[in-house]
Design a protein around this ligand. Structure first.
Ligand SMILES: [Zn+2]
Length: 496
């Protein structure tokens, strides 16, 4: 199509790019409610970061705009006359997560070491944002004709709820195609939907009285596991009351259960009082909630042990619901919601939080469900609600996020695949994820880089960094992608 040497165009701008990136990285644009005002909803530093990149784009001759101080864009229009409303978008963000932990060099003093640039935001997402801006500037400076306008959209609260893109979508029409440089290469085109809800126990009337009097079985005084809905709990603790003789039996059973199942357990008890208590703890394996099958839910493990013990009333209903509805696998079989499709794989259920506090009449399991396109959030909720009813549970109002898929026949996809494989010399396999990327906030938007296969993911970590070679490679890819996507014909698609 052209004989532009995209790598050469990028290399010639490397010094300027790194200088601008370093200035942006020096702004500690962490959400700051203290300094937030209506015009600066994420605080003064986030506002500075947005202003920095829009000013830079403006000086280079791009048209810029800010919407409510939370999101902005820089636009390049090289179309001749009839442009229409169609545009291509590159979606990036300039907010960062806090820089906790021990850093080798200060997180907001960008430092070059061994071919990598170290700073909070170097990889997520200021490095890629500047790469995309430079990609657009390369296309502009080459004076290439474009069929569609190109917009670099810059958000400021990707890390804290992505409200910036809700604001954007309320004010602006969606692009015909776009990508976000905020995940992995080659191309992430599909993201599972999510359902987040709590299964809460309806305590039976008079259960408190029943628990006080009856000493037929043990009593579960409290149970807890998990600290975040999107993580697999790696620790669980149950406090069980009973007579000293009962608890001695329980403790013996506990140790042999742990030994048989090769579970790391620990225990504390005081059996001197008539109404004694034992604290039972089990360990599992933590994992991200989007891949619960790679972890081992300590809460479920401990409840499986308690299932074999003689509990009654609400205690028993809590334990039985967990084991009969939630244990066994992470694909939702017992809840009646298991399904799987070719693009995204199986539905997964993570039980991120497990709580039982009968003294507060509070007991729930937090369900973090990620589902492929073969089902729908509403159907999942309806199935679960009917399945848990007989156990005395109900669902809190669910938070639904639909799946996000750009079909592989969207004209953007083969174009990005061709660009990637020609530059990198590897096949551009389409990826799907159980996690959420920024792309889900924009119709017809995929994730395209910045992390190449095999590179360490340092986002949100201490000593966050990006390899300079990768950053420059990504810039060349973004320049060419912008140029080619802005010259595709999307009219077939819109009519179809
Ligand atoms: Zn990001």
């Amino acid at each position: 199509m052209t004989d532009i040497d995209w790598n050469d165009e990028t290399t010639r701008r490397q010094d300027a790019l790194l200088r601008d990136l370093s200035s942006l990285l020096a702004i500690p644009s962490v959400k700051d409610e203290q300094s937030a005002t209506p015009g600066m909803p994420l605080g003064i530093e986030s506002a500075k970061a947005l202003a920095f990149i829009l000013d830079l784009a403006g000086r280079e001759g791009l048209r810029t705009a800010s919407i409510d101080g939370i999101v902005g864009y820089a636009e390049y229009d090289a179309t001749d006359e009839e442009t229409g409303a169609d545009y291509i978008a590159v979606l990036c963000h300039v907010d960062v997560v806090p820089a906790s932990g021990e850093w080798t060099s200060p997180p907001f003093e960008p430092t070059l070491r061994d071919g990598r640039l170290y700073a909070r935001g170097a990889l997520d997402d200021k490095g890629p944002a500047i790469a995309a801006l430079y990609g657009l500037l390369i296309v502009k400076e080459l004076g290439l004709p474009l069929r569609h306008r190109v917009r670099l959209i810059v958000g400021t609260d990707e890390e804290t709820g992505m409200n910036c893109m809700d604001v954007y979508n309320r004010h602006e029409l969606p692009p015909v195609a776009g990508f976000t440089p905020d995940a992995d290469f080659p191309i992430v085109h599909a993201e599972k939907g999510q359902v987040n809800s709590r299964m809460t126990l309806r305590f039976s009337e008079g259960s408190a009285r029943q628990n006080e009097s009856g000493l037929v079985g043990y009593r579960l005084r409290s149970f807890q596991a998990g600290t975040a809905a999107n993580m697999v709990p790696d620790r669980a603790e149950a406090v069980v009351q009973g007579s000293p003789a009962q608890l001695e039996r329980l403790i013996t059973a506990f140790w042999s259960y742990c030994a048989n199942k090769q579970i790391v357990g620990s225990m504390a008890s005081d059996l001197t009082e008539q109404n004694a208590a034992a604290i039972l703890r089990m360990e599992g394996k933590s994992a991200h909630g989007m891949a619960p099958e790679t972890g081992d839910n300590a809460g479920i493990r401990l409840l499986e042990f308690l299932y074999e013990q003689p509990f009654t009333g609400d205690d028993r209903r809590f334990i039985h619901a967990a084991v009969e509805l939630l244990a066994g696998d992470t694909s939702g079989t017992a809840l009646g919601i298991a399904c799987c499709d070719e693009v995204m794989g199986p539905l997964t259920v993570n039980i991120g939080l497990l709580r039982y506090e009968p003294h507060n009449r509070d007991a729930y399991f937090h369900l973090n469900i990620r589902f492929p396109v073969c089902t729908e959030g509403e159907a999942i909720v309806a199935n679960i609600a009917s399945r848990i009813e007989g156990y005395g549970f109900e669902l809190t109002p669910p938070i639904l996020k639909p799946p996000h898929v750009v079909p592989s026949d969207h004209p953007m996809i083969p174009t990005l695949q061709k660009i990637y494989s020609e530059h990198i010399g590897m096949e551009a396999t389409l990826l799907s994820t159980g996690g959420g990327t920024y792309a889900c906030k924009l119709a017809s938007c995929v994730a395209f880089g910045p992390l190449f296969p095999g590179e360490p993911d340092t986002a949100h970590q201490q000593d966050e960094s990006i390899a300079i070679d990768s950053l420059m490679q990504a810039t060349a890819l973004y320049a060419r992608a912008i140029y080619e996507l802005a010259n595709l014909d999307y009219s077939q698609r819109k009519e179809g």
